[in-house]
Structures are given as C-alpha cells and as structure tokens.
Design a protein around this ligand. Structure first.
Ligand code: NAP
Length: 332
C-alpha cells in the first residue's frame, strides 16, 4: 500500500521556509507481529521542531535529511497485529509525518475518546499543558498575591500558565504579539494585564507600569529582548522557569544581550531551564490536575486547527509568525 510522507529536504539557515520540506510517496511494508497500521488524525506542530532541523547535538536527535519529520500525532488503528490494540482504537505516539504508517504498538498510548475531544491530548491534556504545569508549579511555585508575567502568553503553553497562575491567586500579566491576542487574554482568559510587544515602544517601562509591585515569577517562553525587559523588573527571590526561547530559534549567530547575572545574583533570583520530559514519572499528576481544572471550567483554551495533511509545513512555519491562538494543530 502506498502513502504520502513529508521529509526534511534541506536544513534551514535562519528562518525555515516551505522549501525545506518535500512530499513523497512511499510503499508501506506488510504488518509484522506486534505492529499496527495507523492513519493520522491530528498532528502537533511545535516550536522545538525547529531545533531538530539543525544538525546539532541537543536533548533530542536531529531530524535526518530525506527522512520524514516526526512529531506528536493522534492516530486511528486501521489494522492490528498487536494483542494490545484493536481496529478503531485511538492512540497517541511520536510518529512520522505520514498519512498512514506502520509502527510497533510499543510506545503508543491509547486515548480514551469518550470524555473530551481527542485533540485536547495534543494540548492542555498533553505535552504543552504538562509543560505549563511543571514549569509553573515546580519551578515558579506561585503564591497568592504574587505577580506572574508570561511571554508567548496566547500560545499553547502560555494560555495554560496564565490560567494556572490565576487559579493560585496570582496577578497575571501576559506578553503577546497582536491587539487581538491582548483582547482575548484580558476578556476570555481574565489576565489582569496584557501587552502587545510589537507595538509597545519601551517594553521595560510598560512592564514596570503593568507590574507596580515588580515581577515575582517570569515564565519565559520566548527569550531575547522581551525577556531582557521583563527581567529588568524582577523582584528579590523571584523565580524564572526557562521554558522556551522561540525568538532565538532562527538566529544564525549567538545573540548578545545585557549581562543579567549581576541582577539575578544580587536579587537572589532562581532561573531554571527544564524540558517537560524531565518530569515523565509525574505526568499522571499533571494530567489529573489539568483534567479536573478543564472539567470545572477553570482552564479554557483555544486551538488553531488547520485542515489538510499537506498544510503541516505551513502550519509549522506559522508558529514563527504568530499565526496561532492556543495550540497549533493540523487535522488530516
Ligand atoms: P506557541 O506559543 O503556541 O506558538 C508559538 C508562539 O510564539 C507564536 O504564536 C508567537 O506568538 C510567538 N512567537 C513567535 N516568534 C516570536 C518572536 N520572535 N518573539 C516573541 N514571540 C514569538 O508555542 P508553544 O508550543 O506554546 O511553545 C511556547 C514556548 O515553549 C516555545 O518557545 C517552545 O519551544 C517552548 N516549549 C518548551 C517545552 C519544554 O519542555 N521546555 C515544551 C513545550 C514548549 P505571538 O503572536 O505572541 O508573537
């Protein structure tokens, strides 16, 4: 049987383009024992994939040239030679960008599709929701009355961070890239303040006005000049969960900014990087809290769902242009 796949055709220099991807037809091998034939339903596109397009050592191996891109996929079992999965089951796995694929049943997790729409498992009940939870709760340690600033605030991680901070009684300020997103953060998500970093002239001053008592937790999703401006307003004993640096993922040179260490030192600030997979043994804890908050209506969210398998590359590129509100997902 033939299927279509999307491969990494070339490694980007600077911002990725559509030419870095190509489409191919391939023949799928016959099913072996313990394998399943899957059809992709929802594909996650994520900023970290940009790092995997480089041929550099990181916490995940680079994508290989002329090999399919890989990511989080929710798929339906079409045929099974595994005792653990049956035709019609819905599973999540880290899978190639293929319309259909043959893979071992090991490493796939079965999804209960009876309670919430299955795309939630790529979002608030999946990797991005858990990233928000562990970064904020484990490193940020929010306390009632503290001021939390989150960058990338209208994205998949940012929206959940802001709402968990509100649940814990914090004052929440979001930084985002459009007036539409600012309005959404304030009106739908009840953020106390939201700032459009693209139109605010002096971000450092705007943040100090929005945070009259300083910043106790800065949840950093973007890095670069936005983070420099937030950190210049940081309080004594503040915490900075270092989650993402999307503003630097397409840099071709090592960027140089203000030397922040003296401020972190003299204000006894904790800045800690983390990768969600570090918390794998505690995933059930995060999911139980997130599922409860979703059920209680305390966590709402948006998803930007782009129809069409062939839209995967452009949906991915859209993350770097701010085309998404909430989680960017491609629906086959
Ligand atoms: P996302 O926020 O849903 O999507 C990316 C958003 O980043 C865009 O919508 C855009 O929003 C913003 N952006 C793009 N280029 C920017 C720039 N140059 N400067 C400032 N903002 C920019 O993505 P996500 O999945 O929730 O991920 C958010 C961050 O967390 C990313 O840095 C990602 O790598 C990181 N992350 C880390 C982990 C971990 O384990 N540590 C796990 C998941 C995600 P605007 O319109 O606001 O510009």
């Amino acid at each position: 049987m033939d299927t279509q796949q999307i491969v990494l055709a070339s490694r980007p220099v600077g911002s990725p383009t559509i030419d870095n991807f190509s489409f191919e037809s391939i023949a799928l091998p016959p099913l072996q024992p313990d394998e399943v034939l899957l059809e992709g339903l929802y594909y996650s596109v994520d900023p970290y994939m940009r790092g995997r397009m480089n041929d550099t050592k990181s916490y995940v191996p680079p994508f290989q040239l002329d090999q399919p891109m890989l990511g989080g996929v929710i798929a339906k079992v079409i045929e099974s030679k595994s005792p653990d999965l049956n035709h019609g089951d819905i599973v999540f796995g880290m899978l190639p960008w293929r319309v259909q694929t043959v893979t071992s049943a090991k490493g796939l997790s079965k999804i209960d599709d009876s309670n919430v729409p299955i795309s939630y498992h790529l979002d608030v009940l999946g990797m991005t929701g858990m990233t928000a939870y562990f970064g904020l709760m484990d490193i940020g340690k929010p306390k009632v009355g503290e001021t939390v600033v989150v960058s990338g605030a209208a994205g998949a991680v940012g929206l959940v961070v802001g709402q968990i901070a509100k649940i814990h009684g914090c004052r929440v300020v979001g930084i985002t890239g459009s007036d539409e997103k600012v309005k959404l953060l304030k009106e739908k998500y009840a953020f106390d303040e939201a700032i459009n970093y693209k139109t605010t002239g002096d971000l450092k001053t705007t943040i100090s006005r929005s945070c009259p008592e300083g910043v106790d937790i800065y949840y950093d999703n973007v890095g670069g000049e936005i983070s420099d401006a937030v950190i210049s307003n940081i309080n004594f004993h503040a915490r900075i969960p270092l989650c993402g640096q999307i503003s630097l993922y397409n840099s071709t040179e090592v960027p140089v900014g203000p030397r922040l260490q003296p401020m972190l030192l003299t204000r006894s600030v904790l800045m800690q990087g983390f990768i969600v997979i570090n918390y794998q043994s505690r995933f059930p804890e995060a999911i139980s809290h997130l599922a409860k908050w979703v059920q209680e209506g305390k966590i709402k969210f948006d998803q930007t769902i782009i129809p069409g398998f062939d839209q995967l590359p452009s949906a991915f590129l859209g993350l770097f242009k701010g085309n998404n509100i909430g989680k960017m997902i491609v629906k086959a």
